[in-house]
Design a protein around this ligand. Structure first.
Ligand SMILES: [Zn+2]
Length: 368
């Protein structure tokens, strides 16, 4: 073997160091050099803090601290890995080598010690399972939610764009609204949005379909044609759009998408892989049913916007009532803003109460 600086000096001199207690025991072993599969029979003994290997008339010494010892299984041979890449397979049926090694300054690994102490193992296992469960159930969603809240809108747009493309393919139809009507609605909404949420980039998209509106990550709000028929006037239409803008302002769409497909899938999107969005577009649409807390936040934003614009704060409640009646009489899916159905009455009560105090002063240039 090749000896390196002070380590494992081959030594034919058998008159060496003082014999201690551990050195009185020898263990038969097989030495594998790591290059050929054939092993060489050797004897192993300890001298002070050195591990000695006797082979023929030669003794090889290695500091015990530089060796790696694996002796985790009760009946398997103890394996000792040497710094030169060789391995010793030590036959130690009485399991005396570990104690001798400890005497030579080698402490067993934590894993080996814990395997001897099953209560500690049980405790560690319970702690590990609890930790992983917590991470999965609470930690990751909370972390993802925090990330979603702080994500720049332009990063969000990388998620919103493929999502809209997918929804265009599977769900939406092109809008049939006349162009001047679309432009007038977009102007009314975008001017109001600029005043109430100046830092939020927002874009209104028109599509054909059932009375509904929804916000996507990146500040895209999609208005479906039939909603413009259900809304009796621009106050009501603006109320619905303001509610969607409230979701955008509070980062609800991104937070919902993150919960639906996970942060890692979104990371994929940011690297240019939109397959997760495309494959989950319908599930994501389903996840756009917000919690009661999210709906209240969006409602509060919409009321404040309507008041700021000098429009009727009662308009939001009025259009919710018309949509709820329509779903009841004609069937069909609940629109986004009514998705917290069991609480709709309580929510409308709140909207009526808060909206009643607001003044109604129609600004010039109203549409209808
Ligand atoms: Zn909503």
């Amino acid at each position: 073997m090749s000896a390196t600086a002070g380590i494992g000096v081959p030594d034919g001199d058998r008159s060496a160091p003082p014999v201690d207690v551990a050195a009185t025991e020898r263990w038969p072993a097989t030495r594998f050099d790591g290059r050929s599969g054939a092993g060489t029979p050797v004897m192993v003994l300890l001298e002070g803090t050195n591990l000695c290997i006797e082979e023929g008339g030669r003794t090889e010494r290695w500091p015990v601290a530089q060796t790696v010892i694996r002796e985790s299984f009760e009946h398997a041979p103890t394996m000792v890995h040497l710094p030169d890449g060789a391995t010793l397979e030590v036959r130690d049926p009485r399991r005396t080598l570990p104690a001798a090694l400890r005497g030579a300054g080698r402490s067993e690994s934590l894993v080996v010690r814990m395997q001897r102490r099953w209560p500690a193992v049980l405790l560690a296992t319970v702690a590990l399972v609890a930790g992983l469960s917590w991470t999965y159930a609470v930690g990751l969603p909370a972390f993802a939610d925090r990330i979603a809240q702080w994500m720049p809108y332009r990063v969000e747009a990388g998620v919103g764009a493929p999502l809209l493309k997918s929804l265009d393919y599977y769900v939406f139809r092109p809008s049939a609204l006349p162009r001047d009507r679309r432009e007038a609605i977009a102007r009314m909404f975008e001017e109001a949005a600029r005043r109430s949420a100046p830092d939020v980039p927002v874009r209104l998209e028109f599509r054909g379909g059932d009375a509904n509106a929804l916000a996507l990550p990146g500040g895209v709000i999609v208005l479906l044609d039939e909603l413009t028929e259900v809304a009796q006037d621009d106050d009501q239409l603006l109320g619905i759009l303001a509610h969607e803008l409230g979701h955008v302002v509070h980062r609800h769409p991104m937070r919902q998408v993150t919960q639906a497909i996970g942060l890692f899938a979104i990371a994929g999107v940011l690297w240019g892989d939109v397959s997760a969005i495309a494959a989950n577009a319908t599930a994501i649409l389903g996840a756009m049913h917000y919690s009661r807390g999210f709906e209240h936040e969006a409602d509060a934003f919409a009321l404040a916007l309507l008041q700021r614009e000098g429009r009727s704060a009662l308009a939001l409640d009025a259009v919710f009532a018309r949509l709820a009646e329509r779903v009841q009489s004609e069937g069909g899916a609940l629109p986004e803003f009514l998705s917290t159905h069991p609480e709709t009455d309580e929510r409308r009560e709140r909207l009526r109460a808060r909206g009643a105090g607001a003044t109604r002063a129609r600004p010039a240039g109203a549409l209808d």
